[in-house]
Write a protein that binds this ligand. Sequence first.
Ligand code: PLP
Length: 426
Amino acid sequence: MFEKSEKLLARAQKTMPGGVNSPVRAFTSVGGTPPFIESADGAYITDVDGNRYIDFVLSWGPAIVGHAHPEVVAACQKAVARGSSFGAPTELEIELAEEIADRAPGADVVRLVCSGTEACMTAIRVARGATGRDKIIKFEGCYHGHSDSFLIAAGSGATTLGVPNSPGVTRGTAKDTLLAQFNDIASVQRLVDDNKGDIAAVILEPICGNTGCLPPQGSFLEKLRAICDDNGIVLIFDEVMTGFRVGRGGAAQRYGVTPDLYTFGKVVGGGFPLAAYAGSDELMRHVAPDGPVYQAGTLSGNPVAVTAGLETLRLLTADVYEDLENTGQRLHAGIQEIIADGDYPLSTHRVGSMFSLFFTPMPPTDHDDVKSCDIDRFNKFFHAMLRRGVYLAPSQFEAGFLSTAHDDEIIDKVLETTAEALREVF
Ligand SMILES: *Cc1c(COP(=O)(O)O)cnc(C)c1O
């Protein structure tokens, strides 16, 4: 089934770490050979061995209108023929900034960059520059890209000073990153009380998608907003995954809590390397050349990437979000029925077109809960689905995504496959 992929992996490993350009693609946690991809269209992705899968990874989120959407492709072809990069301003960039500002509450001023990592790295620089403070609070299990300040693990104890979790991150950097527990407001309050006047920013994924899909519980986001207001702390919503996916204005609009700064990526680039950070006029005017906080990029606002982002967002009308919600609901209800029928020790979370099936009976609320999942069984389930033509993210700690190309027929097929795969692994 994977003969050609196996050969390509062996060849790739000679010239690239793990044979890949981003670690999770190597299937390290689930084992086996990652299919090397030849093409994708709509809800499907096809590998070099000719296997065709229903895709729930969608390039880790961007392909929300389906792969190779004809309107996006046509617009990008026209754009690239006009020249692929100018290193000078274009009208297109204004249009994208205006579209973002129109959608996300409080995203009034926007800077385009090339990756979510870059957006998050810069958002904390802006918060530090604006507040004159050094420390940030992040949450265990939230991912904000691979810049040094975010590659921090918890030390011993639940809530604590960070320690580097990658060689190459200095202790000096790690000491300025404090770790709290997602959905645990007391863990944030403690850190704020213990570091009075030193905290520049609280950054989080408002729906934590990098531990599987964990929605915020109760009034967690409102309470964070209040703590930040009371202490002059910049609240940053990392909506690289949730932005323009869980609704027209992302998670902030969905939950009615407005951050001071946002980071966007994935959907906003329509499958190209494009991301953004945005926020209030007051904060964003600290950014060069209006202010002293430096950030720049040769390919920032690349016209082909901006075109892909704009076309994608224009396809995402209110009706389309409603359709995505309904598709998500159909999938979610179907899986819950399968769990109930088989009395499986599984649970689910879903927000809009993001979802996770957790191999633990209690729906998790934080990273520790997800760590208690039956990972071995998840891995077997993952391969049982892959063999049957359903491509899920190769880790229990990742969310699944739906696109507008996932129609009812596809969802029904996936539900059938899920029931079969679960019978195999239990
Ligand atoms: C993917 C992701 C990032 C990093 O974006 P890259 O474009 O991979 O650098 C940051 N934050 C969140 C929430 C993400 O999901």
